[in-house]
Design a protein around this ligand. Sequence first.
Ligand code: ADP
Length: 450
Amino acid sequence: MIFERVVGFLLMMVLAGLLGFFTLFEGRSMLGALTGMCVAASLLYLLDMVRAYRYLRWLRSDDLSVDIFKTGYWEEASGRVRKMLKQKDLSRIASEDSLRQFLAAIQASPNGVLLLDPESRIQWCNQTAAKHLGIDPQLDSQQLIGNMLRSPTFSSYVSAKAFDDEVIIEGRLHRVDNPHKVGIQIFPYGDGRMLLLSRDVTSIEQAEVMRRDFVANVSHEIRTPLTVLLGFVETLQTLSLTPQEQNNYLQLMAKQAFRMKSLVEDLLTLSRLEGSPFPSLQEWSTIDSIVHRCEEDAHGLMKALNTDGAAMHQLSFHIDEALQDAEVSGSSKELASAFTNLISNALRYTPAGGQIKVKWSRIGDSAAFSVEDSGPGISVEHLPRLAERFYRIDRSRSRDTGGTGLGLAIVKHVIQRHGGQMQIESKLNQGSKFTLLFPAVRLRLGQTVA
Ligand code: ADP
């Protein structure tokens, strides 16, 4: 390009010189040639000045996309500037795009992410952190984190710089009746900056509380009969008793041992239910055979409970016409244990002579098993908690009749594993009705009905 410009300039000089030589100062004088060359050089210089001015004006303008030179040296200069700017623009767009994607990924994180500057001011946070900590990502930007999280636990965590562990504080939505716990951990980075990660630990904390309660309950339930048992052993060892008295004590000891056995069996049943896969949809049992088995169990239980010779319960079993020859699918062992638990409860809590109705009914395109008794009934405030482990209304009545406090928890678990649900209807002094609703997929109607 430079070579072409030099050649072009020299050519212009030669042409202008020749023109001056032949036309100026009465023709053919060197002075004419020099004058022609000077005029041409000045014109070329002026032209370049004008172009340089246009180029500067173009550089200073906002819109560099306009083509001001079509050819030549100045076209290349402006083209190169445009190319450089375009490359910069492309790399800016690419880095903006990666930043956007990076922030979108952090936004999608199930954990809260918050960035703090060296003065502990909030620089940026994702929506999850905002939700956990009650922060407005826009309005609270540049606020001191200490002013936003007014938790003494968090303040001492920050001042002790004990960042190796997570600290648990109460979340923004925390209420006594609706706990919300947030775990926070700080990771220092760069020159005094900090990354704060938060996560919702409410359910983990609740599970931990439940685990602690469960262990305490089990220990208590086992310790009570054990203490009684040890007391009897000591009595037998230290006192000289008549064979009749000894026999009485041994019977009482057997009762306590039996109570512990029932408790351990129920605990094992619960843990088996929790650890095993859902019951199959291929194993079918006829409702007739289930009812027959329930009847046998119920009569055995009724006799066992009725040791003092009081009037027996009036126990009846009924299957809806629509469910004749029908079958239900699932684990027959689990279902039998659930049905027996409900019948056993009705027998144990209903005073002697009371009525107990066991029924299989057709409900819509599904079926329900229910046990209704004329017992003491249950007041409404107990109903939602009845299926919790070890929840009892009358602890001593439950224990006296051999209850473990786990029966309804087992029943609820079994029916939920079969895709159904348990309903409890009861009013104080008006009896109770426990119903197990089966989903339609687990019911197969008999040939005669279908
Ligand atoms: P338990 O082994 O104590 O019977 P459950 O889990 O079977 O434990 O029952 C929990 C509590 O529900 C019982 O302690 C009892 O207070 C109450 N309950 C269960 N069934 C009946 C019923 N048919 N009538 C009255 N109360 C009942």
